[in-house]
Design a protein around this ligand. Structure first.
Ligand code: HEC
Length: 217
């Protein structure tokens, strides 16, 4: 045996012992998935929550991706017609939440000019070019509809009525209420003032002059 060989063997032995020692130090964790020494344990061990499941975290029972409680209204969201409110109730309880101003009325007028005038006509008499072609022209706002409460207007604009389709996809809730102010002006009312709800508000305006276009005369 020469000297270099002995030294080599000794270094080998020493490094082997050092290696085993290092390994035993590094693997003190029992967990099979543990990477050994953890520099930032929080990041290795973030809770892997599954969606739509119940979890216990620090003693708290949590649900991930829960549906909100029924009837929850998102912050800043203005609901249209509340769930369960029908046409009659809307007439009694639904009121314009948009504070009135001349600017708001002007916006309402602009919306009317784009979405309503072709059926209802400039002055809301039901004599728009399209309105006159309908089997039954829309009633005049200052005629059969002159006492129609704002809640019913909003309900009809939202859900449609008879030959008038729903405008919920064209106008958001605010726009619908703005145009309600303009319709009130065409009714001959002072929009923005509290309007009395007529005792017979349960009666719906009848569409006059319904011509049955299917009959040939
Ligand atoms: C396609 C034509 C048409 C368009 C567009 C239209 N309407 Fe009408 N509207 C009608 C007809 C027809 C009626 C009568 C419905 C009935 O009573 O059967 C009516 C009824 C109404 C009423 C009375 C509802 C009630 O509760 O009796 C209001 C208020 C009204 N419309 C507002 C509007 C506004 C505001 C717009 C625009 C955003 C609009 N309409 C767009 C045809 C139209």
């Amino acid at each position: 045996m020469n000297v270099t060989k002995i030294i080599n063997l000794k270094t080998l032995k020493a490094s082997a012992i050092a290696g085993v020692l290092a390994l035993s130090l590094a693997s003190c964790e029992n967990a099979p998935n543990s990477p050994g020494y953890e520099y930032m344990p929080d990041m290795y061990r973030s809770p892997a929550l599954k969606y739509y499941n119940e979890h216990t975290l620090n003693g708290d029972t949590l649900m991930s991706a829960m549906k909100p409680v029924a009837g929850t209204i998102a912050r800043g969201y203005m609901p249209g017609v509340p769930v369960g409110m029908d046409y009659e109730k809307a007439g009694m309880y639904l009121h314009n939440p948009i504070p009135y101003s001349d600017a708001v009325l002007k916006e309402g007028e602009a919306i009317y000019g784009k979405f309503c005038v072709h059926c209802h006509g400039d002055a809301g008499k039901g004599d728009g070019k399209v309105g006159l072609k309908l089997p039954g022209a829309p009633p005049a706002y200052d005629g059969p509809l002159k006492d129609l409460p704002e809640g019913k207007m909003f309900y009809t604009i939202t859900n449609g009525k008879g030959l008038m389709g729903s405008h919920a996809s064209q106008l958001n809730v605010e726009e619908r209420w703005k145009v309600v102010y303009y319709v009130q002006k065409l009714q001959g009312k002072t929009p923005g003032q509290p309007q009395a709800i007529p005792a017979d508000s349960t009666k719906t305006a009848e569409v006059k002059n319904v011509k049955d276009k299917t009959k040939k005369s």
